[in-house]
Write a protein of this length. Structure first.
Length: 307
């Protein structure tokens, strides 16, 4: 997977979630806790999500074809969107259903040490996974705040893993709270309430992921800072009088398309125009390395530019 994809964080989350899911299913079988069942399905859904992210990263590396001349970079966005749907349908809705069912038909938790022990183990394992995601994110987010990084990141994997791990940790605390109160009071309704809270949390995270990945699928341009760098790089050459207009579009997390009309001297020869365009492209790639597909149209500045 390309840089910024967070492969290590995805693999760490996958290993953690598979082991946690197995432990939660065992704890549910012995205790009958609906919170444990909801958390087990949550971990299983998360494992599937990480598998989808890895598959999307692999398929995005395919070479361009006649049908897809700009390559398959956006396939990473498609799989990230599928992750939000899986988290919504499998994790969130199941937890809401199970919580409602448990509140309607409550029963005491048996062998309480199973769910409590597994939840403590899961919190520790998820903390290590979350720590890996934070470490990888810190290497790429720069001076951005956490919410800004989630909103603005063009590579979808790390924001997805961050939100998944954060949701998993909060969900485990909610499950521990519900199970603990149910054990102390002998009232299984609290177990159902904890399960409902887990479902609401998953639905919220799924909605955020769906909105962000939908925006990436529709096509986003470069950040304002990168647009300014590209604009300055184009006008830095002596042969370029001005940028008349410019558009950018991410073809994938690691590939930015730049299309611009630039004003050149009216007396330039074809050789001079070709040289000016080549030099302008080189300056843009140096200023913003992710700008890999560049189309520049030479023109004359016939009227004052609106910029």
């Amino acid at each position: 997977m390309a840089a910024g994809g967070g492969t290590k964080a995805i693999v760490a989350a996958l290993v953690a979630n598979l082991s946690i899911a197995a432990a939660k299913f065992v704890a549910w079988a012995f205790s009958g806790s609906s919170s444990m069942l909801a958390e087990a399905v949550h971990s299983l859904a998360d494992s599937g999500n990480q598998g989808l992210l890895l598959l999307g990263g692999k398929r995005a590396q395919r070479a361009a074809t006649k049908e897809h001349p700009f390559g398959y970079g956006r396939e990473r966005y498609v799989y990230a969107f599928l992750v939000s749907i899986v988290l919504f349908s499998v994790g969130g809705l199941f937890a809401v259903y199970e919580g409602y069912h448990k509140i309607e038909d409550p029963h005491e938790i048996e062998h309480w040490y199973w769910p409590v022990g597994v939840l403590v183990f899961a919190i520790i394992a998820e903390s290590f996974s979350f720590r890996t995601a934070i470490k990888e994110t810190n290497e790429v987010r720069g001076s951005q705040g956490w919410w800004e990084f989630i909103r603005r990141a063009k590579a979808p994997e790390l924001p997805v893993i961050l939100l998944e791990d954060l949701g998993a940790l909060i969900g485990l605390v909610l499950a521990l709270f519900g199970v603990g109160i149910a054990i102390l009071t002998g009232n299984g309704v609290w177990d159902g309430i904890g399960t409902l809270c887990i479902g609401a949390l998953l639905l919220l995270i799924a909605a955020v992921l769906a909105l962000e990945t939908k925006s990436l699928l529709l096509g986003e341009g470069a950040a304002d800072a990168d647009v300014e760098k590209i604009h300055a790089a184009l006008e830095a050459g002596e042969d370029v009088d001005e940028v008349i207009h410019m558009k950018t579009l991410y073809l994938g997390p690691d590939e930015l398309l730049v299309a611009a009309k630039i004003a050149l001297g009216g007396e330039d020869t074809m050789a001079a125009v070709a040289r000016a365009i080549d030099e302008a492209e080189a300056r843009v790639r140096e200023a913003v390395p992710v700008a890999r597909v560049i189309y520049l149209e030479p023109d004359l500045l016939r009227y004052p530019s609106p910029n």
